[in-house]
Design a protein around this ligand. Structure first.
Ligand code: ZN
Ligand code: CU
Length: 486
């Protein structure tokens, strides 16, 4: 890390505490940026720049990579990406849980959970390439990397979702996956838990995932069951990865429902054993409540359910389902039926399990934030500062260097992002500067849309996107394409 004596840069961040994203111990150094990339690191006292910034007492780290998002639509509709840049996020992976905005065939309807991304007006991209082109034409503040979703494909390709796809339908969907991969998608995602995909057998998923294999992409999955059948579902995901020859990412790892609390120790042991023969990783968000569409048949696991949005009864947002049911003299299930279409937060996890998964060295951090809705789950605004402040600093679950690694270097490596996620000369200047003493999530279930504390400056390609507690209007983000096998 030699400093270039006398060299002139666009920006020098002086005296910061560098945490480089590899997991290595922090060290004091200057960091220079030029042309949107890191130009030099080290003692740059002799170098000059158009602008300099003193980062004494502050951590300088690679911008965070949110590996699990549903930001497909907001990239276009809300390109400032305030919930993300306010946390230090500079890259998002979209298209998770089998839900992607593209490709959508004209006769398909965005039934739940596809409606989490937007209404029918937003499902307007007949090819994956057309969606990526739209993001190119109107870039967001952050970079995005794209998965193509099984549920979106099924809804577009099949006249009935209550069965396995026919050979003809599989052929059609494979063609769509092929187009998405050629356009630059990083892989294929499923959400086998959800009604549009529930009837897809393992063989169907393998046949589709195999279309990704020639391109060297990956397979990301919201498991078929995160409750009683958690371990079987992990086995299914590992089998799909092994048969298709793809790296597997297990999404938002958890055990749902009281009877299943503690099972994450078994699932993590299973994942460890599998990692000896295949590539497998996982992501996690730092909360003991989940959130998705309201599914009236699936309430049993959660004693407490908060409504995040309801089209039928908008004023129900923020209310507890049991209370609403009592007021209307209905069962919870009937009340849920009245609220549809709707979204909800489910309190069905054990805090001890959340901490067990967070401690797992291979666990990447992903928010699973759901943009939209009157009272979204606070993970949308709080995930990354919560890991840094609450879990790393205050509870001591992991050193700060490791927490940063699991939101930067590890994530970049898993998703094949060659020049992001680490601080080194030549890497993209996606950078966050935060105060390690004060960084903390402030978003709560009552007031979810509250920016975090302590995230002071966020740069994407060297351009500020978050500064002095606000967005800047800059849109330096890119639609990132997979350019080589992962
Ligand atoms: Zn999911
Ligand atoms: Cu998700």
């Amino acid at each position: 890390m030699a400093s270039a004596d006398g060299e002139r840069f666009d920006l020098i961040i002086r005296n910061g505490t560098l945490i480089d994203g590899t997991g290595a111990p922090r060290h004091q150094a200057d960091l220079a940026i030029t042309g949107g990339r890191i130009g030099a690191m080290g003692d740059l006292a002799k170098s000059s720049a158009d602008r300099t910034l003193d980062a004494s007492g502050r951590v300088v780290a690679p911008g965070f990579i949110d590996v699990h998002t549903h930001d497909d639509r907001v990239l276009l509709s809300d390109p400032a990406m305030t919930p993300k840049v306010s946390q230090g996020v500079t890259t998002v992976v979209v298209g998770n849980c089998g839900i992607s905005l593209a490709p959508f065939t004209p006769h398909g309807r965005p039934i739940p959970p596809l409606d989490l991304l937007g209404d029918a007006g937003w499902y307007r991209f007949p090819t994956f390439g057309a969606f990526l082109d739209a993001v190119d034409r109107a870039p967001a503040a952050v970079n995005a990397l794209f998965l193509v979703g099984h549920q979106t494909l099924r809804v577009g390709a099949m006249d009935s979702l209550e069965r396995a796809a026919t050979e003809g339908e599989i052929g059609f969907m494979r063609g769509q996956i092929d187009e998405a991969m050629r356009a630059g998608a990083v892989g294929f995602s499923t959400g086998l838990f959800y009604p549009p995909a529930r009837h897809a057998p393992t063989d169907e998923v393998v046949a589709l995932a195999e279309a990704v294999t020639p391109y060297g992409g990956l397979y990301a999955t919201h498991l078929r069951d995160e409750g009683a059948l958690l371990l079987d579902s992990v086995d299914e995901a590992l089998t799909i990865g092994e048969r298709a020859g793809l790296p597997v990412v297990l999404s938002h790892h958890k055990a749902s429902g009281k009877a299943n609390h503690g099972k994450v120790s078994l699932s993590l042991a299973k994942i460890d054993a599998a990692a000896k023969r295949q590539r497998v990783s996982l992501d996690v968000y730092p909360y003991n409540a989940s959130s998705t569409v309201l599914l009236p048949g699936r309430l049993d696991d959660a004693p407490r359910i908060l409504i995040t949005w309801s089209e039928a009864i908008p004023e129900a947002a923020g209310r507890e389902l049991g209370e609403l049911a009592a007021e209307h003299g209905l069962t919870r299930e009937d009340m849920a039926g009245r609220l549809l279409p709707a979204g909800a937060i489910y309190f069905a996890m054990a805090e001890a399990d959340v901490q067990t998964v967070l401690r797992y060295p291979g666990a990447m951090i992903g928010s699973d934030g759901l943009p939209g809705g009157a009272k979204p789950h606070p993970r949308l605004w709080g995930t990354f500062p919560r890991v840094l402040g609450h879990y790393s600093r205050d509870l001591g679950l992991m050193p700060l260097e490791e927490a940063v690694h699991r939101m930067t270097g590890l994530s970049a490596k898993t998703f094949g992002l060659a020049d992001r996620g680490v601080l080194r000369p030549g890497a993209a200047a996606d950078i966050v500067i935060f105060d390690p003493a004060t960084v903390l999530d402030l978003a709560t279930f009552e007031a979810p849309e509250t920016p975090a504390r302590g995230i002071e400056l966020v740069l994407v390609a060297g351009k500020p996107v978050w500064r002095n507690g606000g967005t800047t209007g800059e849109r330096p983000g890119r639609a990132l394409r997979r350019t080589r096998p992962i």
